[in-house]
Design a protein around this ligand. Structure first.
Ligand code: FES
Ligand code: FES
Length: 155
């Protein structure tokens, strides 16, 4: 089937099997490798993208399901020379080490910081529970979210 996916503000017509996963279309067809694949069964959150502004796991989403939605990948929110404020906060708070989980965390955090102002740190941890990091630990990731949240509030 031919579907049209709107990714990072651009429409792409892609020819896919109905069972083809969004993560594979993003990474292979659209050459957007920032959507990482870890577990490939919906557990680790490495493949998180935003679909209509909400975090979604691209490894368990069919590409065809995302037609008609606004998809945002890590490539769509910042560039190495012009980081998104959430990316800056992760860098400043040392919220990453190897970086494999980071695109998923950053996109989850992009949505979270819009509603986390009244949350406790434990509630922020709960909200991040769908993303797994195997090397940084979560202390600095929570700090990064809190930093990004404060900076968003100051804007
Ligand atoms: S790769 Fe999608 S949740 Fe792990
Ligand atoms: S920074 Fe390495 S897995 Fe999270």
């Amino acid at each position: 089937m031919i579907i049209t996916l709107r990714v990072n503000g651009q429409d792409h017509d892609v020819f896919v099997e109905p069972r083809r996963l969004l993560a594979d279309v993003l990474r292979k067809d659209l050459k957007l490798p920032g959507t990482h694949l870890g577990c490939e069964h919906g557990v680790c959150g490495a493949c998180t993208v935003l679909i209509d502004g909400l975090p979604a796991r691209a490894c368990i989403t069919l590409a065809a399901q995302a037609e008609g939605s606004e998809i945002t990948t890590i490539e769509g929110i910042g560039t190495p020379g012009d980081l998104h404020p959430v990316q800056e906060a992760f860098a400043e708070a040392h919220g990453l080490q190897c970086g494999f989980c980071t695109p998923g965390f950053v996109l989850t955090a992009c949505e979270l910081v819009k509603r986390s102002a009244g949350m406790s740190d434990d509630e922020v941890r709960d909200a991040l529970a769908g993303n797994i990091c195997r090397c940084t630990g979560y202390v600095n990731i929570v700090k990064a979210v809190r930093l990004a949240e404060r900076e968003a509030a100051d804007d």
